[in-house]
Ligand binder design. Structure first.
Ligand code: FES
Length: 301
């Protein structure tokens, strides 16, 4: 069977991103940018919206699709030399859409570290160059210099492609934005995890099953069990605080309802997996919800 070779641009980008991931010289400037972004985007409703908490999925990817789609459509019109006014309006709409897109990306970037943070910094820098080119192109179009506007637009879209490739690398290779529990092994069969008397109301009790960390606690007469790994960036929920029927992640403060795992406040967007619980002879036993069983099985044809 013959292998599918990487294309030359992909090989180049792959080699470059490997260097970026290891470029510790980027850490100091990244820290400075992080400090500025943190001052701008504080925990609260705006941060949750930028994270995508109300829609249960990260906000940045769909916003990116809208923004890139508008810019690309303008360039396609330029390519076939059709309707310069429409191309100008599409570019203007793209620049407006770029504002929440950039903010949501910057917000996601705050919760990264090391290689992810370095790649994220370069991803943002390349996209900033792209948007600047597109903004100058828009100004040229408004002055009636459509050829210059189209050329700047094409250069901007080319830069966006590189930025988009890096964004894809962040999501699909480094897992930024992915529910961190997606591939966790939760027990299919009833598994003993604790003595029922050791699980107390208002206190997180750690447990282990099939090598996966769990959070156990009591709500009234019921014992509840959640996967301990925070769906946002993997914080240990069994080290979090419990209050008002919720557990708070110690890393970035997401709150999950204990009874159903739902996200009460972000930046997490996906609920915490809840396990089924029963008590037998004073021992707590748990097993996974079968509906989510695909998490633990390879997917065949
Ligand atoms: S890891 Fe970010 S809120 Fe839990």
């Amino acid at each position: 069977m013959s292998a599918t070779p990487l294309t030359a641009p992909a090989r180049l980008l792959d080699a470059l991103v490997d260097r970026v991931e290891r470029a510790t010289a980027l850490d100091a400037p990244a820290e400075k940018v992080v400090a500025s972004v943190r001052r701008m985007i504080r925990p609260g409703p705006l941060k949750d919206v930028l994270s995508g908490t109300p829609s249960a999925h990260p906000a940045h990817p769909p916003l990116t699709a809208v923004t890139v789609g508008l810019f690309t459509s303008a360039s396609l019109l330029d390519l076939v030399r059709a309707d310069p006014a429409a191309a100008r309006r599409l570019t203007g709409a793209g620049l407006l859409a770029a504002v929440p897109t950039v903010l949501s990306g910057a917000n996601d970037w705050l919760s990264t570290a090391q290689a992810e943070r370095r790649v994220g910094l370069v991803h943002a820098a390349v996209n900033d160059v792209a948007v600047t080119l597109l903004a100058f192109g828009y100004l040229a179009r408004r002055r009636g210099r459509h050829g210059r506007g189209a050329a700047l637009g094409a250069a901007g879209v080319a830069a966006l492609s590189v930025g988009g490739w890096l964004g894809g690398h962040l999501a699909f290779a480094l897992g930024v934005g992915v529910d961190t529990t997606a591939f966790e092994h939760l027990p299919a069969d009833w598994t003993d995890v604790a003595a029922a008397d050791d699980v107390r109301e208002g206190e997180p009790h750690p447990g282990w099953a099939d090598g996966t960390a769990l959070l156990l606690t009591r709500t009234g007469s019921d014992i509840v069990c959640l996967a301990s790994r925070c769906t946002h960036r993997g914080g240990a929920l069994h080290e979090g605080d419990i209050a008002d029927g919720c557990v708070t992640c110690p890393l970035h403060g997401s709150r999950f309802r204990l009874t159903d795992g739902s996200v009460v406040t972000g930046p997490a967007v996906r609920p915490a997996p809840v396990l089924q619980v029963r008590v037998v002879d004073g021992r707590v036993q748990v097993r996974r919800d079968e509906v989510r069983a695909l998490r633990t099985k390879p997917v065949g044809n």
